[in-house]
Design a protein around this ligand. Structure first.
Ligand code: GLC
Length: 455
């Protein structure tokens, strides 16, 4: 039986439909990622901190290891986040300038943070005994945030994972994804996190995508639903067709732990943790607010989003270190949001000095380093009529065929970023990019929106 993929946008959408679907994501710029669960009790890294076998995956702790880690796998018995308050989380994210949130519903450790009929290893078996996901999605929407759910297909706990033809596991996890996309109202984003097993024949991604879009027609999906599928051996099956593979790459790609290289053609989102790991690892070792603000500016100017990760304490509260970063970013965005939300990356190539983004006939230069007193940049495609910093300080500017030169008095520069707003005599055209790309750009798994051949 062939699967009906006619409702799956990655298979059928035109470039215009794709642009329309991606609009909120492109405008959103800044989201909160939350890694949290029983592992937080032991300050152990979520998934990876579990010392047990990792079927078909790298980094196996010890081949003679058990399938279980007695300590890690029992944290759920004492996981009781009495202070979990989804409404407070969403208010906090909003005050910090975030426009969407993504919550771990099940990580590689196999623990379900939701009321699933398909497993007993879930939040319902903890002393807390209540669904974490439901209040989360409700609170996001109540506060005008988009709600995303992270789900790790890779599962080192489930006894059927990659056993035999993997059929049992493949059906089981799709059942869980269906629960997530059926029981919680509107879900705006599904954020997968890798599969194991290099053989495409072990997974029915067509069934997965058809089901997801039956449940949630407007869903966005990241690029990891089939990530790490091979084939790597002659026995492994590959993707059925380029279109099929393209479908599994979803809507955006996900540079991890780093800022994505500038890319204004494809949608992307960098995920980076503020603390020492993805989940709660203690009360110190956090990044500073200034670095995080620069990361957001780099993503924005580079054409992507920043999904900044927080690891709440086991009781459901945020650490002081993470709260300080979030608060500082909220304050910064209160003042500089105009140069972030709803903008598009470019038209200047990012460099050591910073980068640019634009909206209509406004170009915003985010300058982090005054490499020269007068910044010399490639000329913009339109005439500059006016320039001020976002703090409304004067900017000296000239533009000719060879260059755009701007300077701001020392005392009028701001840290960590001086933002200069240029008003042009015409709007920047979509896809416009000028200047030299830095020599080294690391390739990530990129996606192209509409299916091959429709561009
Ligand atoms: C990686 C890690 C995982 C983490 C994720 C976030 O896939 O395995 O621990 O949750 O990245 O991007």
């Amino acid at each position: 039986m062939t699967v009906d993929l006619s409702k799956v946008p990655q298979m059928t959408q035109t470039p215009a439909q794709h642009d329309e679907r991606m609009q909120w994501f492109r405008d959103a710029k800044f989201g909160m990622f939350i890694h949290w669960g029983p592992c937080s009790v032991g300050k152990r890294e979520i998934g990876w901190g579990r010392n047990a076998r990792r079927p078909w995956d790298i980094g196996i702790p010890d081949p003679s290891d058990d399938t279980h880690d007695a300590e890690y796998d029992n944290y759920y018995k004492v996981f009781n986040p009495e202070r979990y308050d989804a409404d407070a989380w969403a208010r906090f994210a909003k005050e910090s300038g975030m426009t969407y949130m993504v919550l771990i519903t099940k990580h590689h450790d196999g623990f379900s943070q939701f009321d699933t009929k398909l497993s007993d290893y879930s939040i319902m078996a903890t002393p807390y005994g209540r669904d974490i996901v439901k209040p989360f999605v409700e609170a996001c929407h109540k506060h005008g945030l988009k709600a995303g759910l992270y789900y790790s297909t890779r599962d080192w706990y489930h006894p059927d994972y990659l056993v035999g033809d993997n059929k049992a596991y493949d059906e089981w996890y799709r059942g869980q994804v269906e629960e997530l996309l059926t029981n919680y109202g509107k879900v705006d984003m599904m954020w997968f996190d890798h599969v194991g097993g290099r053989d495409w024949g072990k997974w029915k991604f067509d069934e997965l995508f058809a089901m997801m879009y039956r449940c949630q027609p407007e869903l966005l999906v990241n690029n990891r639903a089939a990530r790490f599928c091979g084939p790597t051996t002659p026995e492994d099956q590959g993707p059925e067709s380029p279109e099929f593979e393209h479908m599994t790459l979803g809507d955006f790609y996900t540079p991890e732990g780093k800022i994505g290289a500038m890319d204004i053609e494809n949608d992307w989102e960098s995920c980076i943790h503020v603390g020492q790991g993805w989940s709660y690892r203690g009360e110190d070792g956090f990044k500073g607010p200034e670095d995080c603000i620069k990361m957001l500016a780099s993503c924005t100017t580079g054409g992507g989003n920043l999904l900044l990760n927080f690891g709440p304490r086991p009781d459901g509260t945020f650490t002081d270190g993470e709260a300080a970063v979030a608060r500082a970013m909220g304050e910064w965005l209160n003042q500089y949001g105009e140069a972030v939300y709803g903008t598009r990356g470019g038209p200047l190539q990012n460099g050591d000095w910073g980068g640019s983004c634009h909206k209509g006939n406004k170009v915003f230069l985010h300058v982090y380093e005054w490499t020269q007193d007068t910044l010399e940049l490639p000329p913009l495609p339109h005439q500059v009529l006016a320039a001020r910093t976002l703090e409304d300080k004067p900017v000296t500017f000239t533009q000719d065929e060879a260059r755009l030169a701007v300077s701001v008095a020392d005392t009028d520069r701001d840290t960590p970023v001086t933002v200069i707003k240029l008003t042009l005599d015409a709007a920047i055209e979509p896809g416009c990019l000028t200047g030299q790309a830095p020599a080294e750009q690391e390739a990530d798994a990129r996606v192209v929106g509409p299916p091959p051949g429709q561009d």
